[in-house]
Design a protein around this ligand. Structure first.
Ligand code: PBG
Length: 342
């Protein structure tokens, strides 16, 4: 037998010879111990990757668990401050605030009231918790009586007029001391309008994290219970993206970057890992992914039923989001996961 043929066989087939069944390449060598596995691990989660969403409601001493989101609470401002102290102690760098107002109206007035629930919350947190980065969600849906993200006229969710209100809302958040604003509405031109309004008032260094590719998703169900923001009629399909599209997501993200977004977000996360990867590869921007309420609820519910190992599935899900290309993960699991990672 010709040895040079044998050698090239080994190179091309990965076996010593065509009749040999023993593989040359054994992937299992590097899987035999936890030390080896950890040495070749490609993706690592850190608590610095997490942004923890919080829901603030009127009143004092309110700590009301959300039915469909075990472990997530609606908090009054006093309780919110306590929660933020805990979050900071756990080493989580940032929270994102969602406000539920005292009163809702057609134009969502409390959203851009300087004494609105989020504005007061930001001031209270900033006074007590020094290191925590406070991000505010900028949208009208929690504040409008009809539950839509903007002004509604003749059954249409009006774009440009709503964008003006969003810019005012973002500005009042900045004036209250927010460290970053995060528009979640998906109207056209809102990042530019917010950037302009912040800059005109001196907030030139306040970053914008835009919900850039946000899909019209069934996975937001539990959030709408937590934020009391379900639309009273119709849906959000005239502004949020069609789940079937991913080229369009790149155009949305590109536009937000052109308008001044500093961090771009894909939302939801797990059903859209392909979109996260495309966005990261194409733009190389700081990229966030929102592991939304429905993703959380499914894992919690199955875990509670003993159908899956909740902690293990949580870590696998968060790792997948990071592996797909997310630098930051907005997640209700932040506190649970923070104690398990460096
Ligand atoms: C809108 C907003 C929503 C979420 C974050 N910001 C809901 C929506 O678009 O209806 C959903 C987050 C989640 O499901 O966890 N202000």
């Amino acid at each position: 037998m010709n040895t040079s043929t044998e050698k090239s066989d080994a190179v091309t087939t990965g076996y010593y010879s065509r009749t040999e069944i023993s593989p040359l390449k054994r992937f299992r060598r590097l899987r035999m111990t936890e030390t080896l596995r950890s040495m070749v691990r490609e993706t690592s989660l850190s608590k610095k990757d997490f942004i923890y969403p919080l829901f603030v409601v009127p009143g004092t001493r309110v700590r009301k668990e959300v039915n469909s989101m075990p472990g997530v609470f609606q908090l009054s401002i006093d309780e919110l401050v306590r929660e933020c102290i805990e979050v900071e102690r756990l080493g989580i760098p940032a929270v994102i605030l969602f406000g539920i107002p005292e009163r809702k109206d057609e134009r969502g007035s409390e959203a851009y009231d300087e004494n609105g629930i989020v504005q007061r919350s930001v001031r209270a947190i900033k006074k007590e918790v020094k290191e925590l980065t406070v991000i505010t969600d900028v949208c009208l849906c929690e504040y409008t009586s009809h539950g839509h993200c903007g002004i509604v006229r003749d059954n249409e969710i009006v774009n440009d007029e709503s964008v003006e209100l969003l810019a005012r809302e973002a500005l009042t958040h900045a004036m209250a001391g927010a460290d970053m604003v995060a528009p979640s509405d998906m109207f056209d031109g809102r990042v530019a309008a917010i950037r302009r309004s912040l800059d005109e008032h001196g907030f030139i260094h306040l970053p914008i994290m835009s919900y850039a590719a946000k899909y019209a998703s069934g996975f937001y169900g539990p959030f709408r219970e937590a934020a009391e923001s379900a639309p009273k009629f119709g849906d959000r399909r005239s502004h949020q993206m069609d789940p079937a599209n991913s080229n369009e997501a790149l155009r949305e993200v590109e536009q937000d970057i052109l308008e001044g977004a500093d961090i771009v977000m894909v939302k939801p996360a797990l059903p859209y890992l392909d979109v996260i990867r495309r966005v990261k590869d194409r733009f190389q921007m700081p990229t966030a992914a929102y592991n939304v309420s429905g993703e959380y609820a499914m894992i919690k519910a199955a875990g509670r039923n003993g159908w899956i190992d909740e902690q293990r599935v949580m870590m696998e899900a968060l790792t997948s989001i990071k592996r797909a290309g997310a630098d930051l993960i907005l997640t209700y699991f932040a506190k649970d996961a923070a104690v398990l990672v460096p």
